[in-house]
Design a protein around this ligand. Structure first.
Ligand code: NAP
Length: 249
């Protein structure tokens, strides 16, 4: 028996990295998947390669009406929602002395406002007993230079998730999150840093990880499958670090 047979799933940030690997695995496990992302051409490319029951919806999570439309298009196609995976995020770098209002607003609009408003839109349509999953980060447990605002967004999200877990208890909706460590995805190329700096940073991260390497999107997807499936039926309100041990030492 497939682990997500006929479950309706919405994934934000599904055209790349962790979201895409999770969408692939969920489809293999029998889910009906709504893949959402910001870039239409990336969604089209992904749609050409995927197999299974899915649709793609272009939506910018930082735009409130886009979140409403994402949920509308989902329910128009599939009726209700079983699993909402709020994964879209950005991680541009800025040292504390250089943080601009735009840097702050872009990060908070994408990483905090987006998932909170998408959740609000989705809640009336999530089946009782469903699951909401977020992508946080271990940056809330360790300080990495230049990631001050990014870390603050993920910390804000973690605080919000605790309240959501409590507010949804009467509906038996489980709220969990994954906290990746350094994972080999395109996000590092989008940080606004020169390639050689990114490579040096990557080497530094890998050396700090007890397992000595970056993780893969597929390794994160397996945990996202576990937390969304009935295998995790008594796991609620947690943040699962998937980081080769980095946050624990
Ligand atoms: P990625 O490959 O760059 O994927 C990020 C996804 O988010 C893309 O699909 C991107 O779509 C989407 N996105 C960004 N801004 C958006 C917006 N305003 N509206 C809609 N979609 C938007 O990076 P990733 O590493 O898989 O990141 C996924 C999540 O993991 C993020 O929340 C990130 O903070 C978190 N994370 C990553 C790592 C890591 O080391 N990779 C570690 C900890 C946490 P477009 O490409 O179309 O913009």
């Amino acid at each position: 028996m497939k682990k997500l047979q006929n479950k309706v799933v919405v994934i934000t940030g599904a055209n790349s990295g962790i979201g895409l690997a999770t969408a692939k695995l969920y489809l293999e496990e029998g889910a009906k998947v709504v893949l959402s992302g910001r870039r239409q051409e990336a969604l089209d490319e992904v749609a050409n390669k995927l197999e299974g029951d899915f649709i793609t919806v272009q939506a910018d999570v930082s735009v409130p009406r886009d979140n409403a439309r994402l949920i509308e298009e989902t329910t128009d196609k599939y009726g209700k929602i079983d699993i909402l995976f709020l994964n879209a995020g950005i991680a541009p770098v800025s040292p504390a002395h250089d943080i601009s209002e735009e840097h702050y607003d872009t990060l908070f609009d994408t990483n905090v406002k987006g998932p909170i408003l998408a959740t609000k839109e989705a809640l009336p349509h999530i089946n009782d007993g469903g699951t909401i999953l977020f992508t946080n980060s271990i940056v809330t447990q360790k300080g990495f230079d230049g990631l001050g605002v990014y870390s603050a967004t993920k910390g804000a999200l973690r605080a919000y998730q605790r309240v959501l877990t409590s507010e949804l208890k009467s509906r038996k909706i489980r709220v969990n999150s994954i906290a990746p460590g350094p994972i080999d995805t395109p996000i590092y190329g989008k940080m606004g840093l020169p390639q050689d700096v990114v490579e040096e940073m990557g080497k530094g991260f890998a050396q700090q990880v007890p397992l000595g390497r970056f993780g893969t999107s597929e390794e994160i997807a397996k945990s996202a499958l576990f937390l969304a499936s009935d295998d995790a039926s008594y796991i609620n309100g947690v943040e699962l670090e998937i980081d080769g041990g980095l946050s624990q030492i």
